[in-house]
Design a protein around this ligand. Structure first.
Ligand code: HEM
Length: 472
């Protein structure tokens, strides 16, 4: 889909946050939509535009109807905090968005409201992250010399997949990277694009066949990882052995093979696709903002010289961190989350009937003009401690918030910073002129046409490069 950059000359959205009480019990405003479908077609084809237009026209709480499903979209941090944190027990993750995802992931971490999810703890794996990046850079040498364009989206996905598989399961999946990539593209596309036909699960369609094949391909990779482990006598103290050995305290039973498979697949998917997108958007934004790129290269070379970074050095790379944070503000990889109201509630003075689907989009909240000055501008220093002061927590939520906040948060922040610093020590990534950069908001926020880029040495300054704002 195409998203027009917000027109700053437009009037600011109406803020409902401050009016709690004055509209007590009222129904929030929203588009009328099609008499039968409501806004179903728009949410299928241009979800970001639908939400953005709704926000600009109607304010912080917008009512939508998708067929028979009633949904409220929340843009204000206070309302988001209410749903994800203060009153989170009233909002579960079982709703239509996850119905199909659950079929893929079974009762995996990402979708279960059960007891599994908080067992997981992901530690830091800095050495592995840097080593995997250096291996990628070796492969890049030929690209740098030839100046040949490559797809940074593919490269980042391969890198983050390698890292998460090694870190969590001590598995080398480099041979399967392409299979996983293709299967994920299919799954992501189908889960992101809600189709009416999918409601009729009995009817086999080519779409469904492709989905099933993609799931099978992913299953095979996961089975391979688990089989290899079961056959080996060598003990690995990683998450996979934790999963295989985990004993339920109540039933004294270990996980079934199916449960292990669900957990492994969840982590493999949740743990790499998002991070890959965070990185690819970072390279894109740096290519369009040469001054910021200069500052980044200056920081990594002055702090690290030629030395590879270590996790301990991250606090000495504050600009690198701000670049990553600002990139995830503008292009949050997990651009929306949703919940289902279990019981009646009230938000911003509006009545929320039970069973209402709640939509929260970091993409929109990260552009809320009450919290972000010139929201479309790439300005990493807005994350400096001084400028962050007073900003509500839930105005920035790339990892969600409350008890269901991303469990890979720390892992992903460490990984993105280490990868950016390691690559930036050697290279600048330049967008191939004319490459059409477009947002593709599926489950994750991908660049629709990939990201064709070329490499230049890091010390080759940016003076000759003129930033071109890509239409997205
Ligand atoms: C830049 C990278 C990442 C982003 C932007 C991201 C974003 C998110 C978001 C927004 C949620 C909350 C979903 C919701 O509230 O419904 C989430 C949940 C989750 N993430 Fe991440 N994530 C990233 C990396 C990772 C990594 C590296 C892992 C694993 C190693 C991971 C594993 C998970 C899991 C298991 C959940 C589900 C937690 C639950 O439901 O309780 N994520 N992630």
């Amino acid at each position: 889909m195409k998203v027009t950059a917000p027109d700053e000359s437009q009037s600011e959205p109406v803020s409902a946050a401050g009016v709690a009480g004055t509209t007590k019990g009222a129904t929030p405003p929203g588009p009328r939509g099609h008499f039968l479908l409501g806004s179903l077609r728009e949410v299928q084809h241009e979800p970001l535009k639908l939400l953005y237009d709704g926000f600009r026209e109607h304010g912080d709480v917008v009512r939508f109807r998708f067929g028979a499903t009633r949904a409220f979209f929340l843009a204000h941090p206070d309302h988001i905090r209410h749903v994800l944190h203060d009153n989170h027990r009233n909002y579960d993750k079982h709703n239509i968005d996850y119905a199909m995802l659950r079929r893929l992931l079974g009762n995996g971490l990402l979708t279960s409201d059960g007891a599994f999810w908080h067992r997981q703890r992901v530690a830091g794996f800095c050495g592995l992250m840097v080593d995997s990046t250096l291996e990628m850079l070796e492969r890049w040498e030929a690209l740098a010399q030839s100046g040949e364009p490559f797809d940074a989206a593919v490269e980042m996905a391969r890198l983050t997949l390698t890292i998460v598989a090694k870190a969590l399961f001590s598995a080398d999946v480099s041979e399967d990277a392409e299979t996983i990539g293709a299967a994920l593209t299919e799954v992501n596309r189908q889960l992101g694009e809600f189709h009416l036909l999918d409601m009729l699960w009995m009817i086999p369609t080519p779409r469904k066949r492709r989905f099933r094949d993609a799931v099978r391909a992913l299953d095979r990779v996961v089975d391979k990882i688990i089989d290899q482990r079961r056959r080996t006598t060598h003990r690995n103290e990683d998450l996979l052995s934790m999963l295989l050995d985990a004993v339920d305290e109540e039933t004294s039973q270990t996980m079934t093979p199916r449960q292990v498979r669900d957990e492994v697949l969840t982590l493999l998917l949740a743990g790499h696709e998002t991070t890959a997108n965070a990185l690819v958007w970072t390279w894109y934004l740096l290519s369009q903002n040469p001054e910021a790129a200069d500052k980044l290269h200056h920081e990594v070379t002055s702090v690290l010289g030629e030395r590879a970074p270590s996790g301990l050095e991250l606090p000495r790379l504050p600009y690198t961190r701000m670049v990553v944070e600002e990139s995830m503000r503008l292009y949050p990889p997990a651009w929306a989350v949703s919940r289902n109201a279990v019981g009646d509630d009230e938000i911003g003075g509006y009545r929320v009937p039970r069973k209402t689907n709640i939509i929260i989009s970091s993409f929109i909240t990260h552009r809320h003009p009450a919290f972000w000055e010139e929201p479309e501008r790439f300005d990493p220093e807005r994350f400096s401690p001084a400028r962050s002061e007073g900003r509500p927590n839930f105005a920035y939520l790339p990892f969600g918030g409350g008890p269901r906040i991303c469990i890979g948060n720390g892992f992903a922040m460490t990984e993105t910073q280490l990868v950016v610093a390691t690559v930036a020590q050697r290279y600048r990534l330049r967008l191939v002129p004319g490459h059409p950069v477009e947002l593709h908001p599926l489950i994750t926020l991908r660049p629709r046409n990939g990201m064709r880029m070329t490499l230049r040495p890091a010390n080759d300054g940016s003076a000759t490069e003129s930033p071109a704002r890509a239409a997205h």
